[in-house]
Design a protein around this ligand. Sequence first.
Ligand SMILES: NC(=O)c1ccc[n+]([C@@H]2O[C@H](COP(=O)([O-])OP(=O)(O)OC[C@H]3O[C@@H](n4cnc5c(N)ncnc54)[C@H](OP(=O)(O)O)[C@@H]3O)[C@@H](O)[C@H]2O)c1
Length: 310
Amino acid sequence: MADIPASIQFLHTTEIGLGAWAWGDRLVWDYGNSHTDEDLQLGFQTSLEHGIRLVDTAEIYGNGRSERLLGQFIKNTSTPVIVATKFFPLPWRIRPSAVLRALHNSLERLGLESLDLYQIHWPSPLIPIERYVEGLAAAHHQGLTKAVGVSNYDKNQMQRAITTLARHDIPLASNQVEYHLLNRSVEKNGLLARCQELGVRLIAYSPLAMGLLTGKYTPENPPPGMRGGKYGSVLKDLPQLIRLLTRIGQDQGGKTPAQVAINWCICKGSLPIPGAKNVHQAQENAGAVGWRLTEQQVNALDEASDRFSK
Ligand SMILES: NC(=O)c1ccc[n+]([C@@H]2O[C@H](COP(=O)([O-])OP(=O)(O)OC[C@H]3O[C@@H](n4cnc5c(N)ncnc54)[C@H](OP(=O)(O)O)[C@@H]3O)[C@@H](O)[C@H]2O)c1
């Protein structure tokens, strides 16, 4: 395991965050119907009260609305918030300076002068990795972000980012990727191990498999919209895994399947950022920390999840 530079220690001491994709997003998350600004504000406040400090957003979430809401919520609290947002590689963004321009716009929506973590949301199929990473380095040099990260980068792409940043003496703080009991590809392709070797924090997105690991979605009650398409094929086998999550939760003194699923991500050495649309979800997800699954329980979950895992 690498020595962690002081400037990015904060990510390694953070156990869990709060994801803000559903804040303002109608297409996937049905913002405006399933949850309102008030629900989100209360969920955010509840998360802070439970010691959650990191909030992950992106310029494209709700077309900027997620960042705007987060900015408003931050203004209404005296609790310090660790803010992470992301640059989206739109095809006309071809120069490093595009990263700085997008970052300035994000800061304006957030009402902040600088960020804690600025991430490239996806590698671009058109633009070399190095181009946007040079933009991240410039943002770091200008004091616009404390740390820089990437998202959805494979091992090779991550190495190219690390090499580019190393020329500027900047560590790569994080790689944010999909990781949960229904998708363990980062374990199987070695990305998680590589991150741990290099001191890059692996941030686990969709740690509840977009709500499936809570146990509330079944073949009879599939998740709405795009989630139904993405996860339709696993619903039949899901109840068995939910039964195991429930049993382990009971053995842990009354934890819920969602709490066990998030704790599993923590036990694997990743930083999960579950989304929460309201107070109830925020409260439940916050109860995923402060305790640990046993090694045997982690092994049992690994075994049960093997049938789903890519
Ligand atoms: N970098 C990337 O490309 C990328 C991609 C995806 C996500 N992310 C980040 O990761 C964060 C989390 O991922 P995600 O939002 O996709 O999925 P998730 O955290 O696995 O699931 C969140 C959804 O599950 C349901 N839920 C959450 N907690 C619950 C609880 N305790 N009880 C019942 N239902 C609950 C809610 O939806 P319903 O109530 O509608 O079921 C909620 O919106 C995002 O907000 C975003 O910040 C990043």
